[in-house]
Design a protein around this ligand. Structure first.
Ligand code: GLC
Length: 437
């Protein structure tokens, strides 16, 4: 395809529309990742084909037996919506090379084999039905493609495979209406954007979808970073941390076959706080079972998260300031804050028995403190740097998971300085009116 530009030109071109394209993403905060493919039937994780050295001719048998139940994509998206997620990302083709759509360039797909259905179409329709933004995951690896491994040493293979990958993505971005995210993965074994031709491929793909966001896994920074299995903020950049529900595998594994360990609703809400508070999103993965149903252990916590977000979403969604540490103390309470710094949301994890909750370090007082879920006013006084909330119930007022959010509204930007106990850490700071006041 003739249509080539330099990296500099491409970045300038992408930058021009970035603010417009990324606006929804910066407010979304929470998305659902769905790893579904033939590996879901094998049940040993999405990398089993490689780790177990399964012959391609044997692995292929999974394709004929692949039988997603009717309506599974609707089930994923309904749950995502109920959980309070604003977008969903589906593995349209993982490294195993099985396309979940009616591909003309990859005959190894779900229309020619197994269910004879276009699962990507079903997913896209379900996202639209539930008002979710749509993300399509697209691997840059293909374990069954003869050229994929040869790319590093064989120029012909490199060119063929690069063209193949582009053709797959052209299908995904041409045949399903507006797509919001192209989520690349696995650029290995090619080590640079140059030998992937990412500049020009992405340039051409963007012309098919002018509003699309592209992640950083085609060996280029692109629109957002994707820390994996860890919530690490990227300074001054957009990012999304992907985490997987059972903490082990992205594809389905039977919970009883692993040390039972899945994130609880409480842990998920804390992860959302951590992402929102540091300027990122949480993309939480579920690995549906062979028949596409959601594993039971994910359903209850996700519904609980959704019920919590329905009452407390104001603290999580939307544009927020990247907060430093301010609040009531790491384990007791962590914060998110409005961009003007005049609204602070204190997410409380340890509720006091005494009827009094105290936050140190507040140099100015809010005009009002309310319980976000109900709007109920909370009595408080401001003494020195201490905010002392009084008359509280003995137990956390949050019935979902014990994370109550206190909304503090200030007339002026909040002035917070924790650590009157540590005046030496901030040279030049005046702590004379500090502790003990
Ligand atoms: C990795 C893995 C993969 C998983 C992904 C999720 O790169 O190869 O199996 O899909 O990360 O972020």
């Amino acid at each position: 395809m003739e249509n080539r530009i330099t990296k500099e030109e491409y970045f300038a071109f992408a930058k021009e529309s970035k603010e417009r394209r990324v606006a929804w993403f910066r407010e979304a905060r929470f998305g659902m990742f769905i790893h579904y493919g033939l590996f879901s039937s094998h049940g040993m994780g999405e990398w089993a084909q490689v780790w177990e050295d399964i012959k391609i001719s044997d692995y292929e048998k999974l394709a004929s037996a692949f039988c997603p139940k009717e309506g599974c994509a609707d089930e994923w998206c309904r749950l995502a919506k109920e959980a309070g997620a604003k977008y969903a990302v589906l593995t349209t083709r993982h490294h195993e090379g099985f396309s979940l759509w009616d591909s003309k360039v990859n005959p190894f797909n779900s229309v020619n084999y197994g269910p004879h259905r276009d699962i990507v179409r079903e997913f896209v329709d379900a996202c639209r039905k539930y008002g979710l933004k749509i993300g399509l995951y697209s691997s840059l690896m293909d374990w069954r493609h003869p050229d994929a491994w040869k790319c590093m040493t064989d120029e012909g293979a490199r060119e063929r495979f690069t063209a193949y990958v582009e053709a797959l993505n052209v299908e995904l971005l041409s045949n399903y209406g507006k797509i919001d995210i192209l989520w690349y993965d696995m650029p290995w074994p090619r080590m640079s954007s140059k030998n992937w031709d990412s500049v020009n491929r992405n340039y051409r793909l963007r012309q098919l979808q002018p509003d699309i966001l592209i992640n950083n896994r085609s060996r280029m920074a692109e629109d957002f970073f994707t820390p994996e299995d860890a919530i690490n903020a990227e300074d001054g950049a957009d990012w999304e941390a992907c985490m997987t529900f059972n903490g082990i595998s992205w594809g389905y594994v039977d919970e009883e076959q692993i040390t039972p360990y899945s994130y609880s609703a409480n842990q998920i809400v804390k992860m959302i706080r951590k992402c929102t508070g540091a300027g990122g999103n949480l993309l939480l993965n579920i690995g549906p079972k062979a028949d596409g149903s959601v594993p039971a252990e994910a359903i209850e916590p996700l519904k609980r998260v959704g019920a919590w977000l329905a009452e407390n979403g104001e603290a999580a969604y939307g544009l927020k300031k990247r907060v430093g540490g301010y609040c009531g103390g790491n384990n007791v309470t962590e914060c998110t804050a409005g961009t003007d710094d005049k609204t602070v949301y204190a997410w409380n994890y340890i509720w006091p028995k005494t009827g009094e909750l105290v936050f140190g370090g507040y140099r100015n007082a809010p005009k009002r403190i309310t319980l976000l879920s109900t709007g109920e006013e909370i009595a408080f006084r401001h003494e020195g740097h201490r905010l002392i909330m009084t008359g509280l119930a003995e137990r956390s007022p949050d019935r979902h998971m014990g994370i109550a959010v206190l909304k503090m509204e200030f007339d002026e930007p909040v002035s917070y300085k924790y650590g009157s106990y540590y005046p030496q850490v901030s040279e030049g700071e005046d702590f004379s009116e500090g502790l003990g006041n």
